[in-house]
Design a protein around this ligand. Structure first.
Ligand code: ZN
Length: 217
């Protein structure tokens, strides 16, 4: 799909990709976003929002799938938004821990952020169930919509592979357990933190990913 695309997933969710360095941003119900990218390419987001007749100030909530800068760097642009993140990644935001969020790699300027709600396994948020899926970071989450069988997967799983575990907070054996946990769900669509979505037969995609990872070992 190339650089910078907008894709309507269903009546609630629009996927926004600003660049290869930014996480995908999922706009939910016109007032909530899941992940915010680095913030470095928000000139583009401003234009995309303008076409949707949206302003940054319309965004009331941000859910971050984990603490890395390419998913949280844009948070500060949404002045009216309350931040939601798993309890195990929350203190990196609250303390403004540049090393743990890897902001230097993106030339980002990390500042402490107020966290409104610290999420836990099984919490309900905006129609999604919080699944704690540690491995990429200790507080990585996936959001699962059991009605439409949609998984917003952060950097835990992508359309063609799994998240890396060599960054701050990473743990390979935790990641394997988390992928195993996801493989037991009935998933149709996977909306990952980077790259293209899987729109059909998400379970099959996960099985293929598991077997390709196993072959690499
Ligand atoms: Zn990440």
């Amino acid at each position: 799909m190339g650089l910078g695309f907008v894709k309507k997933i269903n009546s609630r969710i629009t996927m926004i990709n600003l660049s290869d360095l930014d996480s995908n941003i999922y706009l939910l119900d016109g007032d909530t976003i899941i992940d915010s990218g680095t913030g470095s390419n928000f000139v583009r987001l401003y234009e995309i929002f303008k076409q949707m007749k949206l302003d940054f100030d319309n965004i009331k909530n941000i859910v971050n799938t984990h603490m890395h800068w390419d998913h949280i760097g844009g948070n500060g642009f949404f002045k009216n938004a309350k931040i939601h993140i798993h309890e195990k990644d929350s203190d990196v935001l609250e303390k403004g821990n540049a090393e743990m969020c890897n902001s230097m790699y993106f030339s980002g300027n990390m500042h402490p952020m107020k966290v409104e709600r610290k999420l836990k396994e099984g919490d309900e948020i905006f129609g999604f169930k919080v699944l704690h899926t540690p491995g990429h970071t200790a507080g990585s989450i996936c959001l699962f919509d059991p009605k439409d069988n949609i998984l917003v997967s952060g950097d835990t799983i992508f359309s063609d592979g799994v998240g890396r575990t060599d960054l701050p907070g990473g743990n390979e054996s935790d990641l394997n357990d988390s992928i195993e946990k996801l493989s037991n769900l009935n998933i149709e669509a996977i909306l990952p933190g980077h790259g293209e979505p899987v729109l059909k037969s998400g379970n099959k995609a996960i099985k293929n990913i598991i077997s390709s990872v196993a072959e690499e070992l």
